[in-house]
Ligand binder design. Sequence first.
Ligand code: 5GP
Length: 350
Amino acid sequence: MRVEGEIKLAFDDVMIRPKRSTLVSRSDVSLIRDFSFKHTDRKWSGIPVAAANMDTTGVFSVATVLQDHGMLTCLQKFYSVKELEDAWNKGVSPNNVAITCGSTEESLQLLKRKMATNPDLQMICIDVANGYREVFLDFVKVVRRDFPDKIVIAGNVATNEMTEALILAGADVVKVGIGPGSVCTTRKVAGVGYPQLSAIAECADAAHGLGGHVMADGGCNSPGDIAKAFAAGADFVMLGGLFAGHDESGGELMETKDGRLFKSFHGMSSSTAMERHYGEIAKHRAPEGKAVRVPYRGSLSTTVQSILGGVRSSCSYVGARRIKDLPKCTTFIRVTQTTNEVYRGLELDE
Ligand code: 5GP
């Protein structure tokens, strides 16, 4: 047995220290970033925030809102080829979505058919809960070989050595996050995880050294957390829970006896998701996700505006004119959990 003694940090363990700045207003801040990638000549330009490939957020109705803001949606993998074809006809932009697949031979064949539905598709998201298996690396190599000109996002991992391995295997963007998700129970069920802020910083350091990128996935519960993720070195940030509960998100709308509205939201490894997509929970598996209800929040566009406003505000507090400059402008201060704890009543607009 070995114990690593170095302290690893989560979003709540730090705050961004304010600094003098020459910015006049937060409207001077640009959240758009121009990307080039390690393994392909393709470029992508936009606001590097992505909806998670969950069946409540990685959906066409979310994608149509996010594309208007220049943001991305990693589509849930359960869409059929026919549904994708219809989506392009209905105005979903292939430039702002990634096609998600698992790591089996069957998913590879399905991925090929889906990529053929639109030549303008440029991003593939290979998503597994545990990106540490050798067979996963082999799968990434195969996808790289079969799609040499596409942008490949692959994960999830949370440490530097596996980030490097994935980039060398062909990933352009490594998805980082083991256990931080709002409806994830991996840390309880399996005892496995890595505090997300440190995971982002260490994986970004590894990826950037090789000309790769990282997408911070999970654990952002507020716009401030998104800013911390970018400040720690994330090139992209993926959101699940923050995009749940809206008109455009999946999930059932429910009303309590006292008239409050909620929408259901569940982890993709929850029993709810496994029963929905596979009809049963495989015998060798314990669910590593849960089903919750989140307050109904109306239109997604309003939330997107407040998220982007929050990140712009963070940038203006430290003098970062572009989102790309946030890491070099940021000094984090460590805080105790008590400092960060928010004591409050039930918010009037909750
Ligand atoms: P959130 O933004 O809600 O905090 O995190 C979203 C991320 O949680 C997803 O992109 C995915 O990586 C992760 N996730 C989604 N469902 C599950 C699940 O059932 N179990 C685990 N371990 N992670 C999940």
